[in-house]
Write a protein that binds this ligand. Structure first.
Ligand SMILES: CC(C)(COP(=O)(O)OP(=O)(O)OC[C@H]1O[C@@H](n2cnc3c(N)ncnc32)[C@H](O)[C@@H]1OP(=O)(O)O)[C@@H](O)C(=O)NCCC(=O)NCCS
Length: 391
């Protein structure tokens, strides 16, 4: 075994990395090439075994909303090791090097979808939110609305779409504050174009939108898949439902992604959707003080949480901190009593609201007196964390 090190992608790595990604995800070399063209080969980190690229991952710069505020989050995708090289600790070495590197680069959070949880839990990632697939038969879609109208969206409308998404995302813990990589996938995913439609009020203001693709079942009969759906006012949600309902003569199912629930359901006359949990995504608190200070909190909370964080992988995170929350914001100071003892994994699921401190304690990720756990639950309280995007 040679010495292993995490490095930039080099032009000479291209064929090996494309091959490893193709074999990892059962894809063609061409589709991996086009994926990496828009993701950017420069966003690959490569673990070298001597000179040879042994493992790679793709970094995706974005943000994630917690407590109404976008916190910078480094997404991880495309973790791959050649099949003949697996089981030798390359992926573990890759992730062990990646987490401190992301911390040194100033990222508060990292996030990913995992095929094997043990690998990522071993470096402090933990389940932190949901992604469900919802299916609604078109026969169940009905709404009436007189305000505003639905119009096709053009490329020029994208800044308004992004502003609408930001307003919607800030209301939903866990929603991505998307960068170009995710937005690209909203408009076009695996060669399929998605058409945008927006709900505008009588002054032309955009208050909701969706991106749809008609997926044919047989000639003239289709499902509609949404790559994105957001609205910030109820009339706009109703307008979008009404618009979709007009596809009912040939539409079978409407399919989109979200959390265990979705505001669209609340505007329907009946709840006949089928919801399937596809994944729980994972979060890593990469920089503890930065992550705690960056998110939003309820302005009703005025509290100090004395944390004792166990994080052997990132020395700057390891130890005691006081989280002082007031007026919807927090400052973090070193020291304190360490009343709430937590691993990096425990902090991740409390931070997102996926688990309360007492629930995380049952899993052995957190410990403290019952009153400490209850008080901390109030500090981290928010909505059920979810995201509609996959990366
Ligand atoms: C997943 C993958 C990256 C692991 O690479 P690897 O170098 O073989 O993994 P390592 O030898 O470093 O093992 C690290 C840990 O991963 C877990 N792991 C690895 N292979 C696994 C498997 N086939 N099934 C379940 N867990 C596995 C184990 O927990 C292991 O730790 P342990 O040996 O201490 O139990 C590799 O199998 C791969 O490229 N798979 C296809 C693509 C993929 O699934 N990528 C992940 C997308 S998020």
């Amino acid at each position: 075994m040679h010495e292993r090190a995490l490095t930039d992608f080099r032009a000479g790595d291209r064929s090996a990395v494309v091959r490893n990604l193709a074999l990892a995800f059962g894809a063609t070399h061409e589709s991996i090439e086009s994926w990496m063209e828009f993701a950017g080969f420069d966003n690959l980190r490569v673990l070298r075994d001597g000179e040879r690229p042994a493992a790679c991952l793709l970094q995706i710069a974005m943000g994630q909303y917690f407590g109404g505020v976008s916190v910078p989050m480094l997404g991880v995708a495309g973790v791959a090791v050649a099949p003949e090289d697996r089981g030798r600790g390359h992926a573990r070495a890759l992730m062990h090097a990646f987490v401190p590197e992301a911390a040194a680069a100033g990222w508060p959070l990292a996030g990913l979808y995992a095929s094997t949880h043990t690998l990522y839990r071993g470096v402090g990632f933990e389940h932190a939110g949901y992604r469900f697939r919802h299916t609604i038969p078109f026969a169940q879609l009905a709404a009436r609305e007189t305000r505003g109208r639905v119009v096709p969206l053009a490329d020029d409308d994208r800044p308004e779409v992004r502003a609408c998404h930001a307003a919607f995302g800030a209301l939903h813990d866990g929603a991505l504050d998307r960068g170009p990589y995710i937005w690209h996938r909203i408009h076009k995913f695996r060669g399929v174009e998605y058409l945008g439609f927006g709900a505008r009020d009588d002054d032309g203001r955009l208050a909701g939108y969706l991106y749809l693709h008609q997926s044919q079942r047989s000639l003239g009969v289709f499902d509609i898949l949404l790559s994105d759906l957001a609205f910030t006012e109820a009339w706009a949600g109703r307008r979008l439902i009404e618009f979709l309902a007009n596809f009912a003569m040939a539409g079978v199912d409407l399919v989109f992604h979200g959390g265990p629930t979705h505001p669209l359901f609340e505007l329907l006359p009946q709840q006949r959707q089928r919801s399937e949990l596809l994944d729980s995504w994972l979060l890593r608190i990469v920089d503890v003080p930065r992550a705690l200070a960056a998110r939003g909190y309820s302005p009703a909370v005025h509290a100090d949480v004395h944390l004792d964080v166990d994080d052997p992988l990132v020395p700057a995170n390891h130890g005691r901190f006081v989280l002082r929350v007031q007026g919807g914001q927090a400052v973090v100071e070193p020291g304190g009593r360490g009343d709430l003892r937590t691993t990096a994994r425990g902090l991740a699921c409390m931070y997102s609201g996926y688990a309360t401190p007492a629930q995380a304690a049952v899993l052995g990720l957190v410990s403290g007196e019952p009153a400490v756990l209850r008080a901390a639950a109030g500090v981290f309280a928010g909505g059920t964390p979810w995201m509609s995007d996959m990366f």
